[in-house]
Design a binder for this molecule. Structure first.
Ligand SMILES: *Cc1c(COP(=O)(O)O)cnc(C)c1O
Length: 400
């Protein structure tokens, strides 16, 4: 067996299909977000596609909490929570998260991905469980649903009739769980949380809501879309990340004490891995406390989002309308999309990663733009001018 050939051939195929991923070598500068040095091309750039939606990854309170904790407690966690004990900042972080979502308890994992994969697969092993999963759910939820090894049904994206049809087809006595998202990260649309909770009630199913792209950004204290819509109490399990609006890393579920204890006690991806470092937990705690109290951050974010959307509309750039902070500008061609992103970077110093298949379906290629409260009006104008220049020079149609 020529292993090198296997690897090389597979990579060649990926490249030929235009799906090979190249990473940009970036150095952000604390205090100057969204500016950064791009070492791949050796120039200063403005970032427009980061999921550090509020710039909290560079906030002073967060950096101080991390540095102080490393000095006071040390760097590593020293093992799993069972073997090495739970560091105190992690206990405080879980208390903060359960209070953010007004739930009895929360459980922290090493990432949002691990959270979905572990929590869903563990719940999937409840005897007789049937999982119902939205067709556009994130890869980590798909993995969790598959690892659950139970009966599963995929319902068409946000399609309540299809979901009900599937719920109806399953024996009323069986355990059921509906897994879906609040903000879908690529189309920037929102799941019908209230209506799915209504169905869950009717068919006695649990609800599992991924609020990864919403925590920190929606709701009066950043508790997500469920908080904003006043339906948090109806969702059984809220899942979130510390990797996006909170600017760090780590994931969690918030739910009842019993359900959290169940996942804590049976979830392999929770039990058999080294715990989050105390410093990361302390940093996340500082970030969440700041974000909860600072409504101004959310107001500034959504104001920048609205300004940029209306400028894009005015210039006839192909905006996909969304009710969220995610701004897809459609190119609908893989090569043009890659070229647009390349030109923005090399000719304008603007970093917007192109989003191609398999992240989005073929023909749905786009630039996914995510403003933060730290982008200025000048930066918005600079971005719009660069988009016009690039779209016109590549012959991508504008309605103007
Ligand atoms: C990013 C993402 C995750 C994974 O979270 P990480 O903390 O980055 O591992 C889960 N769900 C959705 C919808 C995501 O976009």
């Amino acid at each position: 067996m020529d292993y090198d050939k296997v690897f090389a051939d597979s990579l060649e195929q990926l490249k030929a299909a235009g799906n090979y991923r190249e990473f940009t070598d970036l150095e952000r500068h604390a205090g100057q977000y969204p500016r950064a040095t791009n070492h791949s091309i050796g120039r200063e750039i403005t970032i427009w596609c980061n999921n550090d939606y509020l710039g909290m990854g560079q906030h002073r309170d967060v950096a101080d909490a991390i540095c102080n904790t490393v000095r006071e407690i040390g760097a590593g966690a020293g093992g799993t929570r069972n073997i090495a004990g739970t560091s105190h900042p992690l206990v405080e972080l879980e208390a903060e998260l359960s209070s953010l979502h007004n739930k009895e308890a929360a459980l922290v994992f090493t990432s949002g991905y691990v959270t979905n994969s572990t929590a869903l697969s563990t719940l999937g092993r409840i005897p007789g469980m049937v999982l119902f999963s939205d067709s556009l759910n994130h890869a980590s939820m798909i993995e969790g649903v598959r690892f659950g090894k139970c009966e599963r049904h995929i319902f068409r994206h946000n399609d309540l009739d299809h979901l009900e049809e599937l719920l109806e087809s399953v024996d009323a006595d069986r355990a059921k769980l509906i897994a879906f998202e609040s903000v879908y990260s690529m189309d920037g649309d929102i799941g019908p949380i209230k209506e799915i909770c209504d169905l869950a009630e009717k068919y006695n199913a649990l609800t599992y809501l991924d609020e990864v792209h919403a925590v920190g950004l929606y709701g009066e204290s950043g508790g997500g879309v469920a908080q904003r819509d006043g339906v948090s109490d109806r969702v059984d399990i809220i899942q979130g990340t510390m990797g996006k609006a909170f600017g760090l890393i780590g994931g969690y579920i918030a739910s009842t004490s019993l359900l959290v204890d169940y996942v804590r006690s049976f979830g392999s991806g929770f039990i058999f891995t080294t715990a989050m470092t105390p410093a990361t937990a302390a940093g996340a705690l500082a970030s969440i406390r700041h974000v909860r109290q600072n409504v101004g951050l959310r107001i500034a974010l959504h104001s920048n989002v609205n300004t940029l959307k209306s400028r894009i509309r005015e210039e006839g750039l192909p905006l996909k309308e969304t009710p969220t902070h995610i701004i897809p500008v459609m190119v609908r061609d893989a090569n043009l999309c890659r070229e647009a992103s390349h030109k923005l970077l090399h000719e304008h110093g603007i970093f917007v990663q192109h989003i191609n298949h398999p992240t989005v379906p073929v023909g749905q290629e786009r630039l996914r733009i995510t403003p933060t409260p730290l982008h200025t009006n000048d930066m918005i104008e600079e971005l719009v001018a660069a988009l016009i220049d690039v779209f016109d020079s590549l012959g991508i149609k504008r309605d103007k």
